[in-house]
Design a protein around this ligand. Sequence first.
Ligand code: NI
Ligand code: MN
Length: 227
Amino acid sequence: MVKFTYYGHSCFLLDDGKYKVLTDPFLTGNPKAAIRAEEVDCDFLLISHAHSDHLGDAPEIAGRTGAELVAIPEVLALCDARVRGLKSHPMNLGGSLTLPFGKVRMTLAQHSSGVAGGVACGFVLYIGGQKVYFAGDTALFSDMQLIGRKDDLDVALLPVGDNYTMGLEDGALAAQYLNARHVIPMHYNTWPLINQDVKHYKELTEQMTRAEVHLLSPGESLVLDGE
Ligand code: NI
Ligand code: MN
């Protein structure tokens, strides 16, 4: 079982009942954030890249909660410069790491990193009997097919806001490449520039794939059981 709670933009809390994993915690300054950085609780924090709408409040949340950071070394160095002594797991593209809740694999993303020498990434998480792909910020790329071929994905969390990432049509093609059972779009409607008609995304993607698309408003949760 995994409970997915959407806090807005690209920030999700994945809770397997024992461990809580938070992604890209952009809460302070996010007009749509469903929780304050001072209130969020987690054990692990996954950061896809250093842009402020992803790195966000990560160092301060980790400092307050003791959560362990998972990111590339260049992003971790930025976190360390803000809050000293954080627990962290440096990774790089293609690598896997086993954490108490399950395995994490760092995947490619096609996006700038926001830090010199860095790369943007995504993650595949094995948690609560579910295989979950968190894409971070990315363009559509055909190697998403490899991610879907390697792992029979239960859930894909995909950016669809356009301008900075994939838009609706590329996001639907991404869902087709990944072949996940469930898709949750993210990284839209935070600001006018990335406003999107995600109901259209749901229709398009459900026509093109086997996926069920779940539209979560900030603050909403979805529970998926292992199948
Ligand atoms: Ni970005
Ligand atoms: Mn972004």
